[in-house]
Design a protein around this ligand. Sequence first.
Ligand SMILES: NC(=O)c1ccc[n+]([C@@H]2O[C@H](COP(=O)([O-])OP(=O)(O)OC[C@H]3O[C@@H](n4cnc5c(N)ncnc54)[C@H](O)[C@@H]3O)[C@@H](O)[C@H]2O)c1
Length: 481
Amino acid sequence: MVKICCIGAGYVGGPTMAVIALKCPEVQVAVVDIAAPRINAWNSDHLPIYEPGLEEVVKECRGKNLFFSTDVEKHVAEADIVFVSVNTPTKTQGLGAGKAADLTYWESAARMIADVSKSDKIVVEKSTVPVKTAEAIEKILTHNRKGINFTILSNPEFLAEGTAIKDLFNPDRVLIGGRETPEGAKAIKALKDVYAHWVPEDRILCTNLWSAELSKLAANAFLAQRISSVNAMSALCEATGADVSQVSHAIGTDSRIGPKFLSSSVGFGGSCFQKDILNLVYICECNGLPEVANYWKQVIRVNDYQKTRFVNRVVASMFNTVSGKKVAILGFAFKKDTGDTRETPAIDVCKGLLGDKARLSIYDPQVTEEQIKKDLSMNKFDWDHPAHLQPTSPNSIVKTVSVVWDAYEATKDAHAVCILTEWEEFRKLDYQKMFDNMQKPAFIFDGRNVVDVDSLRKIGFIVYSIGKPLDSWLKDMPAVA
Ligand SMILES: NC(=O)c1ccc[n+]([C@@H]2O[C@H](COP(=O)([O-])OP(=O)(O)OC[C@H]3O[C@@H](n4cnc5c(N)ncnc54)[C@H](O)[C@@H]3O)[C@@H](O)[C@H]2O)c1
């Protein structure tokens, strides 16, 4: 029986291994983590992450051929294939701070694998890592190996949060990178055999190690670049009177461009895009390619510009001050259908408004008060580090923030509403009722283009919707970053 062990029971390790267990009943899968609360949650009725369809898959396999455990060393020692799916945050200190990947967690996992192994193993990079990480890991493993053979593969994960199970069941492609040696080819075949249980062979792409590592960074950079491109257009639309939705539709019907990932918004978020592009930028700089580095850096700059531009619109429209004014924030998660707030644009928008002394009342259907307050107190990039390195008590800025469990409560007596996540329920709110209970003039700033601008203007709102023709009220208000 093939034994698989995955180090890291997070958003990637948990769902990926659950699907492997479901599709390969004769393979034994153990998911291990140093975080006991996370493992306990995986073994309970309340899984640590929400993904549509995940619970059914876990319930089907758990206890049969899928196990969650904190006994990292035992399961690693027994495994034939070890996936490493630990977090790879952006470095916050030292060389490459703010750009390079922090491989502390990866390195300690590799050293532990070398320490406890008593049989040959295939070690699979599942985490997103800088190009040539495999080479470094290989060195750690071979210098500590005690006669054991380790073969390293890169198998980056392309699932998207919110659709992880669907993506894993039916992936556009599975990518496996390995050394171009007989051992490398043998290891690639062993991993390919696992995926071939349910993925058509022509969708399993095999490359060399570096191509696989770089392809993951490149894919995220291209996806984020589309968002920054359409967001850059949104600023021009506002300046000219064009409508960004119409422009997106018009360009998306070109089959060479395609319609996906062309929605304008307050900016992209999530745990990966910014981190992976910063990583790419750092690698380009280290390889003496400043022009390439600057090209990709611009994708992040436009994203930051979009968030700042949004805050400036809010403040400029409201007579250049939001000091002491109540601003309702609808939506805090980085996208709909998830409670994940890692790198959500809402953090920067809220911090921007708090910087101008606004009072915030925040409502998100999936994010807890504790999480929101933690996010608003944390320094950039700290979220991807262990809990003991994060602030325990919210700082003073958070005193002007309240978190409520209802959109009408959030907007009561508010001067303005900012919509920052595209939750379906925000399309169906009773905006007349909301308007009646707000201060006047009542403003709506739609950072996700979810509201019907014309009907809201009829109610009496002053409406700003990203990339749409401006309200006459806003036309002369400068809002450049
Ligand atoms: N979240 C996504 O949508 C997504 C998609 C594709 C790729 N990725 C990449 O996958 C990797 C993991 O991401 P994630 O979102 O699952 O992270 P996560 O933070 O949810 O999970 C990582 C887990 O690894 C554990 N861990 C760290 N060091 C360990 C060690 N030495 N031994 C055992 N466990 C250890 C942590 O306790 C944590 O539970 C990252 O590199 C990320 O960039 C993420």
